[in-house]
Design a protein around this ligand. Structure first.
Ligand SMILES: NC(=O)c1ccc[n+]([C@@H]2O[C@H](COP(=O)([O-])OP(=O)(O)OC[C@H]3O[C@@H](n4cnc5c(N)ncnc54)[C@H](OP(=O)(O)O)[C@@H]3O)[C@@H](O)[C@H]2O)c1
Length: 325
């Protein structure tokens, strides 16, 4: 990387915006996505809109069978119809699931027709300005970004193991760079004093740590876990969640397809089958901390694993039990 690239990346804005994508794109390895994913089953959550929809479309173009998971029937079916219209022969299917509803995640995974799952993309997410309670009483940011994905991962793990080299990708956010992991801040039992931006960044930080923990636990298997962040992409989610930011930056934002590029690459590129436990932006590994005071210690990481499993009512020893079978 040139000195100018390093300087521009340090500005953050000129890395996360569209100019950053176009600059980083020059280092992409040609042919990385010349791949035929026929026969691969890939689940994309939050596929009704934005980055999830762009990811599903790109994977359908590569001939994967894509399960497009959305929480709203009309929006999800419209997204599936759009992919079918734009990608002749697309093998995409609408799947109705609100990933913040843990019992629904369990039931949905159990009802999936038997077979391998080659890719699981935890993309569903939203930045909310007030506390929204899920049917199980969790604050929605925690439930949608952290608890639902863990329940789905645990429930689908046997199918991921069945597939040769399955890949799991968490779509996090550069917003997490501002926050240090603090497990006690994740659960918002009071509605008063809720800060949606902070809750979002905390949940995204938790995703990064959990992905690293899962990657380490599955190290001896073919299943890999990685996290990426998409930079700043112009999606309905950003327009709704950060309206002022969107108004001032709209001209400089990435397209949803540019935001989705690294998700698709992480799940599809054959050359990187051994990559695990990293955070990525624009097909390049990134540091998980930019500010010295945001480094968590091992005890806090262990606490996260234990607490998330307690909230989700999943045995924290599930990976050991599964992998010792
Ligand atoms: N765009 C960016 O610049 C940016 C930056 C950093 C990170 N991200 C992350 O990228 C991911 C996709 O966001 P986006 O920008 O593409 O936003 P988006 O256009 O709003 O898409 C978000 C998707 O997640 C779904 N979703 C939201 N809450 C859900 C819930 N409780 N249960 C199930 N599905 C839910 C939405 O469903 P509905 O259609 O029903 O609302 C939609 O399909 C998110 O995880 C977001 O945090 C985006």
């Amino acid at each position: 990387m040139s000195l100018l690239d390093t300087i521009l990346d340090r500005t953050v804005a000129l890395s996360f915006d569209r100019s950053g994508f176009l600059r980083h794109q020059r280092r992409f390895v040609p042919g990385d996505l010349d791949v035929d994913l026929s026969g691969r089953v890939i689940i994309v959550t939050g596929a009704s809109s934005g980055i999830g929809l762009a990811t599903a479309k790109a994977l359908a173009r590569l001939k994967a069978r894509v399960l497009m998971v959305g929480r709203d029937k009309a929006r999800t079916e419209a997204a599936v119809a759009l992919v079918r219209a734009e990608v002749p022969g697309a093998q995409v299917r609408a799947e109705l699931l609100d990933v913040s509803h843990l019992a629904a995640c369990r039931a949905w995974a159990a009802a999936l027709p038997e077979g391998e799952v080659h890719g699981l993309i935890h993309n569903a997410g939203a930045l909310v300005s007030r506390v929204i309670r899920t049917p199980e009483g969790f604050e929605s940011t925690l439930a949608c970004h952290v608890l639902g994905p863990m329940v789905l991962t645990e429930a689908l793990a046997p199918r991921l193991l069945l597939a040769q080299g399955a890949r799991v990708v968490f779509v996090a956010s550069g917003g997490m760079y501002s926050r240090r992991l603090d497990v006690d801040t994740l659960h918002h039992d009071q509605d008063k004093g809720f800060d949606g931006v902070q809750a979002y960044a905390d949940a995204k930080r938790a995703q990064v740590v959990l992905s690293e923990q899962l990657a380490a636990r599955f190290n001896a298997t073919g299943v890999t876990f990685n996290t990426m962040h998409p930079g700043w992409a112009d999606t309905p989610g950003v327009e709704k969640g950060l309206p002022t930011f969107h108004r001032f930056t709209a001209k400089h934002l990435r397209s949803p397809e540019e935001g989705a590029d690294t998700v698709v690459w992480l799940v599809a590129c054959p050359r990187i089958s051994g990559e695990r436990g990293k955070l990525w932006l624009d097909r390049a590994p990134q540091p998980t901390h930019l500010l010295p005071w945001t480094h968590e210690d091992e005890a806090e990481r262990d606490k996260l694993w234990a607490q998330v499993h307690a909230w989700a009512e999943v045995d924290p020893g599930w990976t050991t039990a599964l992998l010792s079978k």
